[in-house]
Write a protein that binds this ligand. Structure first.
Ligand code: PGA
Length: 256
């Protein structure tokens, strides 16, 4: 069985102090739900103090991006070598990074390779725009993003990757995709593409999250779908109560 994974993407929210206070409050609340893998992704500034505060606990830390090279003249960037030993996960290809930082599929592919080389586990985010969705291009576009991001990645390396399907029109809008719709894309465009590339055993073991306006009240709807293994959550991951309820719903839905 695939272990459910809930990752909180804090985007550009919370100061260092707020981030550390948050995880200290969250830890005891989510303790009963050890069957679910739980990750928080603070801003770069807060990644290290949060990781220190969580050392030895079951709440894991992720970064929100990573550079594709070890070091160099790349003002503003943070390298995988710097994140190694500090975080376990790193979000790569989030639609906001694709949009505001103009990240291309080729750069995202290079970042995934670099992250894996330094022992970081990528959470690869993919998803279509509203226009693509309305034009009926979702399956083909998402499948293409998955293919491009995974070029040159081996079947063994796939064990360390999580994919998050996040329709752009659902992110931060309150307009979430229904559980059924999300499951259809996750199954038909993400898992099916991975099966084509690596075979059904690798595809069957891959954990795939849904993301986009996930809230405590709709979490069970996603987790009851056969191909959805968790969620990448923005807004609702910023509150201790909501985060706790997300994890609880995931644990209950998967019978854990
Ligand atoms: P949201 O963000 O939950 O606030 O819609 C999701 C994400 O961007 O990962």
């Amino acid at each position: 069985m695939r272990q459910p994974i809930i990752a909180g993407n804090w985007k550009m929210y919370k100061t260092v102090q707020e981030s550390v206070d948050f995880v200290r409050q969250l830890l005891p609340r989510i303790e009963p739900f050890g069957s679910v893998e739980r990750v928080v992704c603070p801003t770069f500034l807060a990644v290290y103090p949060v990781a220190e505060a969580l050392r030895g606990t079951a709440l894991k830390v992720g970064a929100q991006n990573v550079a594709a090279v070890k070091e160099g003249a790349y003002t503003s960037q943070v390298s995988p070598a710097m994140l190694q030993g500090v975080v376990e996960y790193v979000i790569i290809g989030h639609s906001e990074a694709r949009k505001f930082l103009h990240e291309t599929d080729a750069e995202i592919n290079a970042k995934i390779k670099a992250a894996l080389e330094y022992g970081l586990k990528p959470i690869l985010a993919v998803g279509e725009s509203l226009e693509q969705n309305q034009a009926g291009e979702t399956q083909a576009f998402v499948s293409g993003q998955v293919r491009a991001a995974l070029q040159g990645i081996s079947a063994e390396q796939m064990a360390n990757i999580v994919i998050a399907y996040e329709p752009i029109w659902a992110i931060g809008t309150g307009k979430n995709a229904s559980g059924e719709v999300a499951n259809a894309i996750i199954s038909g465009a993400v898992r099916a593409t991975v099966a084509e590339l690596y075979g059904s055993a690798v595809a069957g073991a891959l954990r795939i999250q849904y993301g986009g306006s996930v809230k405590p009240d709709n979490m069970a709807e996603y987790m009851s779908q056969p191909d959805i293994d968790g969620a990448l959550v923005g807004g609702a991951s910023l509150k201790v109560d909501d985060f706790t309820r997300l994890v609880e719903a995931a644990a209950q839905a998967k019978g854990a």
